[in-house]
Design a protein around this ligand. Structure first.
Ligand SMILES: C[S@@+](CC[C@H](N)C(=O)[O-])C[C@H]1O[C@@H](n2cnc3c(N)ncnc32)[C@H](O)[C@@H]1O
Length: 446
């Protein structure tokens, strides 16, 4: 048996160490720990291993709250004390910025973090009928397999949703179409809870009766999805649910449909939007772009400043929703355009008309085409970049700093998904190096 000292955590929450010139990824091991390990998979430059004996434990090791931790693919960090999780994500962000983008923020922003349990307002639960496991399984996928976890509760879902897991197992397990339900999308809001059930076969009248009873007994809105996203329809109650989340700091109520993209952690979203708007410091005389705007999560709060805001988004449905949401909130100074931002180029960018400031909130792939399209001679004064992947943020930060003349004033993490290794972050770039006093510039926000 070999002993090893763990140096850091990787982006999947595994302990990383080095032995004889090779990296070793040890499942469940924490930085500072000394462990004996056994390799279960070998590659030329890396070994993947499990802990076979703990020799020295980290002071930040805690008992995971969930009995399925380690096996379930949902969480990877429950064994690490909450504030140490945030510190580790901060390190992942700074490492990526430096190693990929060769940039360092002048200021590391205090992390945005909030409730650690029951925070997930949206989740996709897999469903599988497995005879030898005693029937139907409902839950997240197991770690590194496509099997569904045999689980009866989940600590990161709101308790009322977690309680539904065994009830769903029972009710769906008795349906004639039990083997034809691959997944359930959960949306939990303050007004209503929605379950969107993907069905590969139509439910029989007896199935329908059982589903109606389930919806009534558990006060949920049940939707069925027989095909693609556009086939989602309320099943019971027939009228469907009115869903929304609020951004009280900006007096905004954001209605949405079950299939619309929304951030999954509503309370962290509030703090994130507040920080993004204060970093952007919008002014009524300015023209501001919100790229990858979705249903207007940042656009509408920015517009409350009086600035003229244009939201750009790839999904026509979300553009439509953003327009409706602006109207519902009495906002007249925000407009929205559908655009494929992965096909942006200099000419198209110039045609958008100049912007004083920009917010960018791309999917994991980042916004390389967009940042490359910025004219070096007419750069927007500030860019706030919200990222769900430190590697693509770092790549784009390198372009902004080394090729477009920006300074990375500040960057910090947002713990949108506690107990997972997912790193959400926010960064502020300005085109004025004399803004070196980032702390003063950020004012009350930090
Ligand atoms: C991380 S989400 C952010 C949405 C919004 N800012 C929010 O906070 O709710 C990324 C958004 O990018 C959009 N998107 C994905 N690919 C795109 C593309 N090629 N062009 C434009 N938008 C795209 C998605 O539809 C999604 O709304």
């Amino acid at each position: 048996m070999k002993a090893i000292r763990i140096e850091s955590l990787d982006h999947e929450g595994r302990g990383v160490a080095h032995q004889e010139g090779k990296a070793v990824f040890v499942d469940g091991a924490l930085p500072g720990e000394e462990v004996e390990y056994s390799v279960f998979k070998k590659k030329p430059k890396v070994d993947f291993a499990n802990i076979s004996k703990m020799l020295r434990e980290s002071p930040y090791r805690v008992k995971p709250k969930c009995p399925n931790f380690g096996a379930c693919g949902g969480c990877s960090m429950q064994h690490l004390e909450a504030s140490a999780q945030v510190a580790s994500k901060q390190r992942v962000l700074e490492d990526a910025l430096w190693h990929i983008g060769r940039v360092k923020p002048l200021l590391v922003l205090p992390a945005i973090h909030g409730p650690y349990w029951e925070y997930r307002r949206r989740a996709r639960l897999s469903v599988r009928y497995v005879e030898k496991k005693g029937g139907l399984l409902v839950g997240f996928n197991e770690k590194r397999t496509r099997y569904v976890m045999d689980m009866d509760r989940c600590e990161v879902l709101p308790a009322r949703i977690s309680k539904l897991i065994p009830l769903l197992r029972k009710t769906l397990g008795e349906l004639s179409i039990r083997a034809k339900i691959p997944q359930i999308e959960v949306v939990a809001t303050d007004q209503a809870d929605v379950l969107v059930m993907r069905v590969l076969d139509a439910p029989t009248p007896a199935d329908e009766k059982a589903l109606r009873e389930f919806a009534e007994e558990n006060s949920v809105h049940l939707y069925l999805q027989p095909g693609g996203q556009d086939t989602i329809r309320p099943f019971h109650p027939e009228a469907g649910a009115s869903l929304s989340y609020s951004l009280p700091e900006f007096a905004i109520e954001m209605p949405f449909r079950p299939s619309d993209f929304t951030q999954v952690n509503f309370s962290i979203n509030r703090a994130m939007v507040k920080r993004a708007v204060s970093l952007l410091a919008p002014h009524p005389t300015e023209r501001i772009a919100d790229f990858f705007c979705g249903l207007g999560n940042f656009t509408l709060p920015i517009a409350r400043s009086g600035a003229t805001v244009v939201g750009f988004e790839g999904s026509e449905t979300l553009v439509e929703r953003a327009r409706e949401n602006a109207q519902a909130n009495g906002i007249l100074n925000a407009s929205f355009l559908a655009a494929d931002l992965f096909r942006m180029n200099r000419e198209k960018f110039a045609e958008l008309g100049g912007f004083d400031k920009m917010l960018i909130d791309p999917p994991r792939a980042g916004a390389q085409e967009l940042v490359e399209s910025i004219d070096e001679k007419e750069t927007p004064e500030r860019i706030v970049y919200v990222s769900c992947d430190p590697a693509t943020l770092a790549r784009d930060a390198g372009i902004l700093v080394h090729r477009k003349g920006y300074t990375l004033q500040a960057a910090g993490v947002i713990n949108m998904f506690p107990h997972t290794s997912h790193v959400e972050s926010i960064a502020l770039f300005t085109n004025r190096p004399e803004h070196a006093g980032a702390r003063e510039m950020l004012g009350s926000e930090i």
